[in-house]
Design a protein around this ligand. Structure first.
Ligand SMILES: [Zn+2]
Length: 362
């Protein structure tokens, strides 16, 4: 908790300025720091980097719970990559509040965490969120910022461009280092995937479609990812355990083909240095439904990406517990379901029928 202590030791005017800023523009950071305090020694907290809004430095926090063993399986949860999509961060904060409140009495959870590590990066882009931007404070779309190109980018502009930071989906200048927030996320994921026998990641976004979707690579090409059998095996576990769920599971290339996707980049890099399975998923919460139910949301940029009515926001925060709880259990029990060679072939066939040929799941 060094960092939080450091912040408390800031000169008083600076502390006041920061508190005012959090209150007015970034209540998510205020709640996050509260939860980090509340979690105490059970959480291992790090400031990955600091980003600036004018003179004010804002921390990008990462926290860990559970096993410190290098060989432990890992679940990574991210939110707030796109600043305007506040609901992703709020969802992870709700999850963190639940975990922190259970840690001192729930033996099941405590035991689960001895078998795995949970890594959270709830607010990747604090300046973007404070200013109500998709991009970071420097006008770069962090999810277009990795040094990786799409094979057939579409749609134009949305796929990422280098025209200038005044347009959304700007990738940054060719050859420049990655933005601080994107580089911090990549370094953290790399550190945890290197020795882990199984890593699952979920990056929480909003703003597409009427339904909640879970996307997987590739965003930059139209091939299936190498760990498709593992992915398919895990999603079937979920579907069988929760037959009434309403998620759509699909490869990202069904909708977009984008440059600079951080997860494509991390995944491709991982393949070159580890044999172990890594499944980077994106939760894309279906915000059009919130807009349809409350057309006034069309009048604000925030309203296109976030539920604005309190009961709908609460429902959204409740809605994904099942998925997140499933992910904790799937990661800690990975050895019980990861497919062997023979099962891999079967899962690969089913996955191709489902996602390349569009046949319904048997
Ligand atoms: Zn997003």
């Amino acid at each position: 908790m060094d960092t939080l202590t450091n912040q408390q030791s800031l000169p008083e005017p600076e502390q006041l300025l920061r508190q005012q800023y959090y209150r007015d523009r970034l209540p998510e950071m205020r709640l996050l720091e509260k939860l980090l305090h509340k979690g105490g020694d059970r959480l291992r907290v790090q400031v990955l980097t600091e980003v600036f809004d004018g003179e004010l430095a804002l921390p990008v926090y990462a926290l860990e719970l559970g096993s410190t063993a290098k060989e432990a399986p890992v679940l990574i949860l991210c939110g707030g990559v796109h600043g305007i999509e506040r609901i992703g961060t709020q969802l992870l904060l709700a999850q963190l509040a639940t975990l922190v409140s259970r840690l001192h009495w729930d033996e099941g959870l405590t035991h689960a965490l001895t078998q795995m590590r949970l890594v959270m990066l709830p607010l990747v882009n604090p300046v973007g969120m404070a200013r109500g931007l998709r991009s970071n404070g420097r006008g770069v779309d962090l999810m277009r910022n990795a040094p990786i190109d799409a094979i057939a980018p579409r749609p134009w502009l949305v796929a990422g461009h280098r025209l200038g930071r005044w347009l959304p989906w700007y990738r940054g200048r060719k050859g420049d280092p990655m933005e601080a927030e994107a580089a911090a996320l990549c370094a953290l994921v790399r550190q945890h995937t290197l020795h882990s026998p199984f890593t699952l990641a979920l990056d929480c976004h909003s703003g597409f479609g009427m339904r909640d979707r879970v996307w997987f690579p590739y965003a930059s090409g139209s091939g299936m990812m190498e760990h498709t059998p593992e992915l398919h095996a895990m999603l079937r576990l979920f579907e069988k355990a929760h037959p009434h769920h309403t998620y759509l599971f699909e490869p990202q290339f069904h909708h977009y083909s984008t440059h600079g996707d951080l997860w494509d980049y991390l995944y491709s890099e991982h393949l070159g240095r580890s044999e172990h399975a890594f499944l980077p998923l994106t939760l894309e919460m279906g915000s059009w439904l919130w807009v349809k139910k409350n057309l006034r949301q069309l009048t604000s940029y925030t309203g296109l990406f976030n539920p604005m009515v309190p009961h709908r926001q609460r429902r959204t925060l409740r809605r994904h517990y099942l998925l997140l709880e499933f992910m904790i259990n799937a990661v800690r029990s990975w050895q019980n379901w990861l497919p062997d060679e023979q099962a891999r072939e079967r899962h690969q066939r089913h996955a191709e029928r489902r996602w390349l040929k569009g046949e319904p799941q048997e």
